[in-house]
Ligand binder design. Sequence first.
Ligand code: SAM
Ligand code: SF4
Ligand code: SF4
Length: 336
Amino acid sequence: MTMLLDKLGRPMHDLRISVTDRCNFRCTYCMPKEIFGRDYAFMPKDQLLSFEEIERLAKIFVKLGVKKIRLTGGEPLLRKDLPHLIERLTKIDGLEDIGLTTNGVLLEKMANDLKTAGLKRINTSLDALDENLCKKINDSGVSSTHILKGIHKAKDLGLEIKVNMVVKKGLNEQEIVPMADYFMKHEIPLRYIEFMDVGSTNGWDFKNVITKKEIYTILSQQYRLEPINPSYIGEVAKRYRYQGSNAEVGFITSVSESFCSTCTRARLAADGKVYTCLFATNGFDLKEMIRNGVSDTELTETIKKIWGSRQDRYSDERTEETAKNRKKIEMSYIGG
Ligand code: SAM
Ligand code: SF4
Ligand code: SF4
């Protein structure tokens, strides 16, 4: 089959699947309590794609070129029986890699089942080692000690683990070095993520962004960093090794150094809508098609059309205006 390319010549290599829009955290930069409070209307269960529907779509995406799938959310470990879905996905012919992004609250409890199901890689989000600050950021009273237990359990089981830290000015920049120290010592790759203008509810402002350059400067006072060549085209993180160590650190520079020209990611929301950019306003409802009884061929042709007409390059074109005023899907809905 000829490679499916979008309007800017980018292939479709990755699929992020959000399995729920619910979360047991209320991270202040993602699901602020004032918006995602008790009355917030999450998706009703029957509106979520079932595991059968996810598997069916995943198979079609893989036939169209997807090699990697990442499960996300909301908090994906809240989705009942998630290991069963992983087990099904690992059997898809042609799929090379399945990863999971989690806040780590349920990781200690579930790491074994995830491993047994065939999962190989986990990214855990942790924004501070300081207990009070960690609790303040997740706004749910969960300690960093608890999340670290999950991280170490997963690592001890042989799962490949990375840690994601969102850095926001005025919130957690004092944790940049302690996080590097800790994860270097444990040889767990750490990724610093620039605070992004995803969604419309997190009060994003450019003045709250700490750029890769600034983080790098702070780290350089402590460590010598050597760049690592990207392991594949489209690798999102800019990676470095601490000199004299095997440990690495990376940066996700969506704001300061956009990487749209190599963006190969499609995103499937928990309600079955497919999006071609993290900062999109609208998606296309594949669930409706499935529940109307369409064939795999019709789904395939639809996905081909969607990807074939893709022109997204939001981060390349970001302005104060688009960042503040454009209506965008929420991060907790699409999963990052
Ligand atoms: N709940 C899971 C978690 O937190 O790992 C998965 C979903 S979460 C939306 C995926 C990633 O997005 C997390 O690493 C989170 O820190 C990051 N994230 C959320 N809001 C963000 C923002 N405004 N800017 C940058 N990263 C953000
Ligand atoms: Fe939940 Fe993840 Fe968003 Fe935090 S970043 S509120 S853990 S979805
Ligand atoms: Fe991809 Fe959109 Fe992010 Fe650009 S802004 S890298 S197109 S998801």
